[in-house]
Design a protein around this ligand. Structure first.
Ligand SMILES: [Zn+2]
Length: 262
């Protein structure tokens, strides 16, 4: 095999993406194909289920050196996290977080990620509500984190859980953070904040709502950090120069969010 410059780069920050697997992947956001998560007999190996929530191995593991799973959130293809009843929301977030932390405790991975993509600009390809839990064999996402990424102006705080708007975001502009202890005492409060934030993003963000978002979980420093980011084309000042930007008037957004949600 030919050597190329990338081979000498630090392995911990460069993940290899398998294009040959990606080509076989159904993309039912952009193509008119049957939903791969509705046809349950077509699912790859079932790992665990709780009512309509199903954890399966990912049939299309495009990330190399990783164990990829899909958490199917409900059997209702057209539903969305922002619309679940509180009992289903609490059950889903608790189940997902527990499975994520269990995979971490197995000790087989350097780190385990837990995240969700929703909408055409999120990087997601299947409409059916789902999240992903991915164990990385040789990379630790925590090496890329800074505590600054999760601090911000408080939007709400309750039951030991804080919801804030990033003042020093990872990429730029709007990043919502939820911070709680990893004893999971605040998990239902965190789930409620997740749902309120996603609802605000989809229906009210920027006056008209935003079509896409990402949701990320991080287990670090004895805490669970959750980041929710509305998605649109990334600012060129970040792509080209690494400059992160925030809005000059964060309290306009915070007051708007509070008006709709609390
Ligand atoms: Zn479906």
């Amino acid at each position: 095999m030919n050597k190329h410059v990338g081979d000498t780069m630090k392995k911990e920050t460069i993940l290899k993406f398998d294009k040959s697997i990606a080509r076989k992947k159904p993309n039912n956001i952009h193509q008119k194909k049957p939903c791969p998560f509705c046809v349950t007999e077509g699912l790859s190996e079932l790992l665990e289920t709780q009512d309509s929530i199903i954890l399966v191995k990912n049939k299309y593991p495009v990330v190399q050196d990783a164990f990829q799973t899909v958490l199917i959130e409900t059997d209702d293809c057209e539903s969305e996290l922002s619309e679940y009843s509180k009992p289903h929301l609490f059950k889903l977030i608790r189940f997902g977080v527990e499975k994520w932390l269990e995979m971490e405790e197995q000790g087989s991975y350097q780190s385990v990620s837990f995240f969700k993509n929703y909408g055409p600009l999120s990087g997601g390809s299947v409409r059916h509500p789902h999240m992903q839990i991915i164990g990385f064999n040789d990379v630790d996402y925590r090496e890329n984190l800074k505590e600054d990424y999760f601090i911000g102006d408080e939007i709400h705080c309750s039951n030991g859980v804080q919801l804030n708007l990033s003042t020093m975001p990872m990429i730029g502009f709007t990043e919502f953070n939820i911070v709680m202890n990893d004893d999971l005492a605040g998990i239902d409060q965190a789930a409620d904040y997740i749902q309120k934030t996603v609802h605000y993003i989809l229906h009210h963000y920027n006056g008209q709502g935003c079509s896409s978002y990402n949701l990320f979980f991080y287990h670090w420093l004895g805490k669970i950090f959750i980041k929710i980011i509305p998605r649109y084309p990334t600012t060129p000042l970040f792509v080209g120069y690494g400059f992160r930007q925030v809005f000059s008037d964060p309290f306009v957004l915070i007051e708007d969010f509070q008006k709709y949600s609390f």
